[in-house]
Write a new protein. Structure first.
Length: 245
């Protein structure tokens, strides 16, 4: 009923579900199996033939292709997304979209750790690269929704709020985009060794967080970069310690 994600065999019992269309709050989640898009949140944008071109009008919104925002940013920087050398032959897009990668269940723990190490390294490289490109190539994000536009000025397609409130389709209010807007970290609850097997609502103030990709790689045995230690509350208490009489 909500976009929250948890990395683990069983979900947590923390009451943070906002319900369908945010009609309720502080409810227990009803968990289902997650997919790749739940962890690597897809962010799409209009593809421009060139960076400095006319602003897209509302009636032109179907004349422009929608592609991943990171691809558009790299495209504007001169990268060729059609370059075959950029495509991994071992990666099956169809299986990735369904959340299933062929042969993954047959990998040993050492192989999984190797995959996780490469995944975490790629995650950090992508975020670092996007941050550098945003310093040179202007990008915008709507102040009121998650719409992103790679270009010096936003478009005029009246789509603001269409994914949250169906009755409101207004113009976007654009502001400078940051790396989290193009590559959402998708922060999740992180279960530490000192935490219970299933996180409970009473300890929510003590539990840590981590980006979903980082937490997933840690489950495979990879050590997270030190910059995430504060967010994860690695050395923090698991629950309130009662005072002895």
């Amino acid at each position: 009923f909500c976009p929250e994600v948890y990395i683990g065999e069983h979900g947590h019992l923390i009451r943070t579900c906002c319900g369908y269309r945010r009609r309720t709050k502080n409810q227990v989640h009803e968990w289902i199996s997650g997919k790749l898009a739940d962890i690597l949140v897809p962010v799409e944008t209009f593809h421009l033939d060139k960076m400095f071109q006319g602003i897209i009008k509302h009636h032109q919104r179907f004349d422009f292709e929608r592609i991943p925002a990171v691809v558009e940013l790299c495209w504007q920087a001169g990268a060729d997304p059609h370059d075959e050398s950029l495509t991994s032959r071992s990666w099956n897009l169809e299986s990735a979209g369904s959340g299933k990668v062929g042969g993954a269940e047959c990998l040993s723990s050492d192989d999984l750790r190797l995959v996780a190490r490469g995944t975490l390294r790629s995650w950090e490289v992508v975020r670092s690269g996007v941050q550098k490109l945003l310093m040179v190539y202007p990008s915008k994000v709507c102040k009121y929704c998650s719409e992103v536009h790679v270009g010096p000025s936003g478009h005029k397609a009246r789509l603001c709020g269409v994914f949250k409130f169906e009755s409101w389709r207004g113009a976007h209010l654009w502001q400078k985009a940051e790396v989290d807007d193009l590559v959402p970290p998708k922060v999740v609850w992180h279960r530490r060794p000192q935490d219970p097997l299933i996180l409970v609502d009473e300890g929510r103030e003590f539990y840590g967080h981590a980006p979903a990709v980082v937490d997933l790689c840690m489950k495979a045995g990879v050590i997270a970069p030190s910059k995430y230690a504060c967010m994860m509350k690695a050395q923090g208490l698991s629950a309130l310690v009662s005072e002895k009489p």
